[in-house]
Design a protein around this ligand. Structure first.
Ligand SMILES: Nc1ncnc2c1ncn2[C@@H]1O[C@H](COP(=O)(O)OP(=O)(O)OP(=O)(O)O)[C@@H](O)[C@H]1O
Length: 342
């Protein structure tokens, strides 16, 4: 008789494994439906959200390898049942919002929050009632970008009143987090906290709400989309090939959950030297537009690398509010007009 296979060892593997983009391991996500051991064969039955289908091979390889390395295991079979995340089942916790757009990116640091904040200010400058929610749990930046020092006020019923600045209603997940303590919510707990937060903000009547999502494609993003009745997604990417490859994952996620990609934005597309006015394409230029056209997605516009944009973001006055007549502001106003038409 062969070695007895340790179920505890299999469990440890599942407990340690996190799908790229997910915010918790398979056990915490309740994705493991059964572990069957038959002689030297281990059969894992998993239930995963269909938004993870693009990572099926990665999951199979990782688990096949790790479980296959356990003493006595000769064969690993992985059966995956895909759980549908259909739009029809989604809740709408934002009944007073006419249109809700999420701003998303495949990876961090591409300027998603910069685009979200300037687009929101531009939309308000067009005369619409606009709200902006910073739901980027990993790097909330609204406090700095809008110079907000005080947290929001709450009603006696425990509802939260958004902060008003530059004609916008603003709310950030950071207002609920102690800056000196890292975020310890994970997995389903984090998703539950975000959902509750979403329903507790008194937005009032809004024409547009923009939600600045955490970068990447995982269950936090999916959970927010499921609870906000999102009308469309704006994807931000830099022109580098790798960045757009990540952006494609985000596009895939939105297609799975049936949220239309309303527009793609190329950020940091070129740099114009302020003294000699020479244009340098630091990360290349135009790649995102070409890729969007290939995928049949609307291209909303490009934003150059610009010192005023960076200073605006770090000083509490977004560029569109600080320099209303600059060419960059005109670019953001153009994007806002396109979105308003969508
Ligand atoms: N077009 C631009 N020109 C100059 N600086 C920019 C531009 N876009 C973004 N930045 C700067 O790059 C930094 C990162 O931008 P931002 O915080 O918007 O990225 P992000 O994608 O939201 O990042 P994350 O989601 O990982 O926090 C900021 O300091 C911002 O001011």
């Amino acid at each position: 008789m062969g070695t007895r296979i340790s179920r505890a060892a299999i469990y440890d593997v599942l407990n340690a494994y996190q799908i790229p983009g997910a915010n918790a391991n398979l056990v915490a996500l309740k994705a493991v439906k059964a572990i069957d051991v038959e002689d030297a064969e281990v059969i894992l039955r998993l239930q995963l959200l269909d938004a993870y289908q693009d990572r099926e091979q990665v999951v199979r390889q990782a688990l096949g390898g790790a479980v296959g390395a356990i003493d006595g295991v000769e064969k690993v079979t992985i059966a995956i049942e895909w759980e549908r995340t259909a739009q029809a089942e989604f809740k709408n916790l934002l009944p007073t919002v006419k249109k809700c757009y999420v701003i998303a990116s495949g990876k961090g640091g591409v300027g998603k929050s910069t685009v979200a904040s300037n687009l929101a200010v531009a939309m308000a400058a067009l005369g619409y009632k606009v709200g902006l929610l910073d739901a980027d749990i990993h790097g909330p930046s609204m406090g700095m970008m809008f110079g907000i020092k005080e947290g929001p006020e709450a009603t006696p019923e425990g509802k939260i009143i958004p902060v008003e600045k530059f004609g916008l209603k603003l709310m950030s997940i950071a207002f609920l987090i102690d800056e000196d303590r890292p975020v310890i919510w994970r997995g389903p707990m984090l998703n539950k906290a975000l959902t509750q937060f979403l329903g507790d903000v008194l937005w009032g009547d809004l024409d547009f709400l923009f939600i600045d999502l955490p970068p990447g494609t995982g269950d936090t993003q999916i959970s927010l989309i499921q609870n906000a009745k999102v009308d469309g997604a704006v994807i931000v990417s830099t022109p580098q090939d790798v960045a757009f490859l990540d952006a494609r994952k985000a596009i895939g996620l939105f297609q799975t959950v049936k949220v239309p990609v309303t527009g793609v934005v190329e950020n940091m597309s070129s740099f114009v030297c302020p003294t000699c006015h020479t244009e340098t394409q630091i990360f290349g230029h135009g790649g995102v537009k070409a890729a969007a056209q290939r995928l049949g997605l609307p291209f909303l516009g490009e934003v150059p690398i610009d010192l005023a944009i960076r200073i605006g973001g770090d000083s509490g006055v977004p560029l569109v509010a600080a320099h209303p007549d600059s060419p960059q502001t005109k670019a953001f106003m153009g994007m806002a007009r396109e979105l308003a038409k969508a």
